[in-house]
Design a protein around this ligand. Structure first.
Ligand SMILES: [Zn+2]
Length: 534
């Protein structure tokens, strides 16, 4: 906390090259005291200049809050000296901040949480208080009640969200397959139109070696200092000790560092942050205790596991809160479009599977989606949806005033995201993709997955077909939200209509029909250690 506050002082308007690494102790200040100090220094003109061109919108707001108080007197003078020096430099130096003021586009902070099942967040009505910070974010912005990940697997979903295409179009049909260079990603587009782009990820699955770094000026997939178990991997006859995932506190630290050190403060930024903690093996952190206790039923193994899962969601929520606080303290919150979502849910035995990947039932693909952009998006708006995450990047670009060509082009996505226009559930099908399984032994649980599965939701109905497995499932989500009663044999016409939609969707997008590429041996071992059985 202290660190966050003291960063504000040198950040006021020093060029980042000067302010970086500067530490002015426990300095906190009150605007009135600063004003008196400046008058004593005979520098009223410097003060008069504020808050005009030399100040960024964000920094000015920090001062508007007047939330500074003076620290120990011994630290006062050097600290205020820095402020004055900052003002002089800002008055004399190149006025990059002015350019930022004239740029109406917001910064974008895009947070994805791995394995976060929407109905396990208190923000979505869950009984345990797992997400107080996300509830607060939802109160300040827009919350989509039914957001759908395009798949229940990390790699394919992230690739789909970044490219606005389904997995069979971009070709990442399962983890470990690289996102092709020629696919245009959200980060590439934002970089093209002048955003400084950075990413902080927390799992080997999303590391740069699989192509997820496309379009990012800075891509931080180094979680080697995180307090997570060290993996032991056999690779070409050698044992390699390496971490496979990072903890949320480390991820937040790295993201805050990126915000502090970004090189171009005149440009808006796009920061992608990926948290991983709710993913199995459900090892809770030592430095966080959830605000709820295990119930008596927690003695049962499944309930104990769910308790640990909820614990990890609450921990991640707390760390998202810390990241948002850092954004606020840096004076950037007002100018930043924040998006929080997930890549997929978790089985938790709702359909006999503990983890994810094997199914596209609701628990596996319904994820949170919350957006905040003060003054630009409504406050406290709840949108029923459903909304597909594959449309999120086009919606985002449309919201910030960009109109690209190709798959990232928006065709009303922003309106749907905000619940305007036509009823998505009646008119717009939501398509789902179950990752490819070459070997039935790869899956967890009672069924033997083979090949791919395809799903569509339309008008409160959901059809799931598994051509290689020979399965056909139809559910009426209004009466049967847990998808327990397969109505496929009773509703042949509806099945035919929805099947035709899936066929047309596949025909349109299935341009990458090659058998999934083999995964490198060392990657195979690491994915195995992560629980992605391969
Ligand atoms: Zn995932």
């Amino acid at each position: 906390m202290g660190h966050q506050r003291l960063r504000i002082c040198p950040l006021i308007c020093l060029p980042s090259s000067v302010s970086r690494g500067m530490d002015c102790g426990a300095l906190r200040m009150d605007w009135n005291l600063l004003q008196r100090y400046l008058e004593q220094m005979g520098s009223p003109k410097l003060f008069d200049r504020w808050p005009s061109t030399a100040w960024t919108r964000g920094h000015r707001r920090v001062f508007d809050r007047r939330n500074f108080t003076l620290g120990p007197p011994a630290k006062l003078l050097p600290g205020l000296g820095l402020v004055v020096l900052s003002m002089v430099l800002a008055a004399c130096g190149p006025d990059s901040q002015t350019q930022r003021i004239q740029d109406p586009r917001p910064n974008v902070l895009f947070i994805s949480v791995d394995t976060i099942r929407a109905d396990h967040l208190s923000a979505y009505g869950y009984g345990r208080e797992t997400s107080p910070f996300l509830s607060g974010l939802a109160r300040d912005g827009v919350q989509v009640q039914a957001a759908y990940a395009p798949s229940a697997t990390t790699g394919p979903t992230h690739a789909s969200v970044f490219t606005a295409q389904p997995p069979m179009a971009h070709g990442v049909r399962k983890n470990g397959q690289p996102l092709p260079e020629n696919e245009k990603t959200l980060a590439e587009r934002l970089s093209e139109i002048g955003f400084e782009t950075g990413a902080v990820v927390s799992s080997y699955v999303l590391s740069d070696r699989f192509g997820y770094g496309q379009g990012f000026d800075s891509f931080d997939d180094d979680f080697s200092k995180s307090k997570t178990p060290v993996g032991s991997t056999l690779w070409e006859g050698e044992t390699i000790e390496e971490r496979f995932y990072g903890r949320a506190d480390d991820t937040t630290d790295r993201a805050l560092r990126w915000l502090d050190e970004r090189s171009d403060e005149a440009a808006p930024f796009f920061l992608f942050v990926h948290y991983y903690d709710p993913h199995d093996p459900y090892v809770p952190p030592e430095n966080f205790t959830p605000p709820f206790a295990p119930g008596r039923k927690e003695s049962l193994k499944l309930n104990r596991t769910i308790y640990l899962y909820d614990w990890l969601i609450a921990y991640t929520d707390q760390q998202i809160g810390r990241l948002l606080e850092g954004l606020d303290l840096a004076g950037l919150a007002e100018d930043t479009l924040v998006i929080v979502t997930g890549d997929h849910g978790e089985g938790l035995m709702t359909h006999g599977h503990m983890f994810h990947g094997v199914h596209v039932y609701e628990e596996a693909v319904k994820v949170p989606l919350i957006l905040r952009w003060p003054g630009h998006l409504p406050q406290g708006l709840k949108v029923e949806g459903p909304f597909p995450l594959v449309e999120l990047a086009p919606a985002l670009l449309e919201l910030i005033g960009d109109s690209p060509n190709g798959p990232l082009a928006s065709a009303g996505s922003a309106s749907r995201l905000l619940g305007r226009g036509e009823s998505a559930d009646e008119e717009i099908p939501i398509f789902l993709y179950r990752r490819h399984y070459a070997d039935p032994k790869e899956g967890d649980g009672p069924t033997a997955p083979r090949g791919e599965k395809f799903g569509v939701r339309l008008g409160g109905w959901k059809l799931i077909v598994g051509p290689a497995e020979g399965t056909l499932e139809l559910y009426g989500l209004v009466d049967d939200p847990l998808e327990q009663i397969n109505l496929a044999s009773e509703e042949p016409e509806r099945v035919a209509r929805l099947s035709a939609l899936i066929d047309a969707w596949r025909l349109e997008h299935e341009r990458n029909v090659i058998e999934p590429a083999p995964v490198l041996q060392q990657d195979r071992e690491r994915l195995k250690a992560l629980g992605y059985v391969e």
